[in-house]
Design a protein around this ligand. Structure first.
Ligand code: 13P
Ligand code: SF4
Length: 351
């Protein structure tokens, strides 16, 4: 029988053991209590005919118990293709909403409803309508890190792994409005050579990974590969260092979290500096146990992603909470933009 409580510092305690063993650059996998907890999670999931989808930034215990771990695009595709009665989304709210839009007949559960996204909060539906009014006939490309209501006002969505292909798929005529992440928008503009308007939003975790931190880590590890998420504030700096010859182009990869896992597999016994949320380190080390992976910023932790604690996942499966729904009218208007997103870009990106 599993008992749960909360430690003095607010962490989940299962059978008297702090259940996540948190360290600065991710979380220790396994450890006391994991097998018992995981057996119970899997039993409850079977009972509900539930599939467990986990984002690459989740705590290691959550990644290790999930049926699939991946990036936003891969998890959206898995949700769309799933025949489970229940989709448990171990991620953040906009991801669960996207799953519900793609699989309206399924029950979608989010273990903690407070798991939001600072980037998604930077733009709302009224903002998009106003932006459109200023650009009659313009097309709106919405990053998946947006609310369902914003998606409903958009022409097409994208994720970090297919944003370049999505923009390149659109005719190069009229205005193009890209929202809400300015660093991803600038990256896409560079890669496509297209000029477009970009919403000035940012993710507090990625924006805080500074160019100074990046330059310092690169200088101290001259032979390392560099894996950078395009939401990072240091992306421009990384590419500038490539232009200046301070970083070799072939060792610099601006990629989604799934792209990082792919790059890890071909690293051999090499060393990679990783500029994104630190939860990814667990997936990278699993993908290549011989490689050496180091966070550019060990402080880069998304508190929203970490709200899916082991105790929250147990509660979710035991009590069937918390269901995520999307207003029927909004879902209908958002579906086309989301379906266009999942159709573009190469498959893969999940385990
Ligand atoms: P990925 O799609 O690359 O997994 O990123 C999602 C996200 O929230 C980045 O902060
Ligand atoms: Fe949102 Fe940033 Fe957290 Fe990703 S890391 S879910 S963009 S707040």
């Amino acid at each position: 029988m599993l008992t749960e409580s909360i430690s003095r510092d607010g962490r989940a305690v299962l059978n008297g053991t702090v259940a996540d063993g948190t360290v600065a650059d991710g979380t220790v996998a396994g450890g006391a209590g994991f097998e018992e907890w995981a057996t119970e999670v899997r039993r409850l999931a079977r009972e509900r005919n539930a599939v467990l989808l986990a984002h690459n930034y989740q705590l290691p215990w959550i990644q290790d118990v999930a049926d699939h771990v991946g990036d936003s695009l891969a998890l959206s595709r898995l949700a769309a293709a799933s025949d489970a009665d229940v989709i448990v989304f171990c991620g953040v709210h906009f991801m669960a909403e996207t799953a519900k839009i793609l699989a309206p007949e399924r029950t979608v559960l989010l273990p903690d409803l407070r798991a939001g996204c600072s980037l998604a909060e930077t733009v709302n539906a009224a903002d998009v309508r106003k932006w459109r009014e200023a650009h009659p006939g313009g097309r709106v490309v919405a990053y998946v890190n947006t609310s369902a209501a914003v998606k409903a006002e958009s022409d097409i969505c994208c994720t970090s792994s297919n944003a370049v292909e999505v923009v390149a798929s659109l005719p190069d005529e009229g205005d193009l409005l890209f929202l809400p992440d300015m660093f991803l928008g600038q990256h896409v503009a560079r890669r496509t050579g297209r000029h477009f308007d970009i919403w000035m939003g940012e993710c507090h975790v990625h924006a805080a990974i500074s160019p100074v931190e990046l330059r310092d880590k690169v200088a101290r590890n001259p032979g390392a590969e560099l894996l950078v998420h395009p939401e990072c504030g240091c992306t421009t700096s990384a590419l500038w260092m490539v232009d200046m010859g301070d970083l070799p182009q072939e060792r610099t990869h601006v990629v989604s979290t799934a792209g990082m896992v792919g790059a890890a597999r071909s690293l051999g016994e090499g060393h990679a500096l990783v500029a994104t949320e630190t939860g990814i380190l667990h997936q990278l080390r699993k993908a290549n146990p011989k490689g050496h992976f180091e966070a550019v910023s060990p402080r880069a932790e998304c508190r929203f992603m970490k709200m899916t604690t082991p105790a929250a996942l147990l509660r979710c499966l035991r009590d069937g909470v918390h269901e995520v729904t999307v207003d029927a009218d909004i879902a209908l208007r958002a579906r086309q933009a989301v379906e266009r997103m999942v159709a573009i870009g190469s498959p893969g990106g999940a385990e």
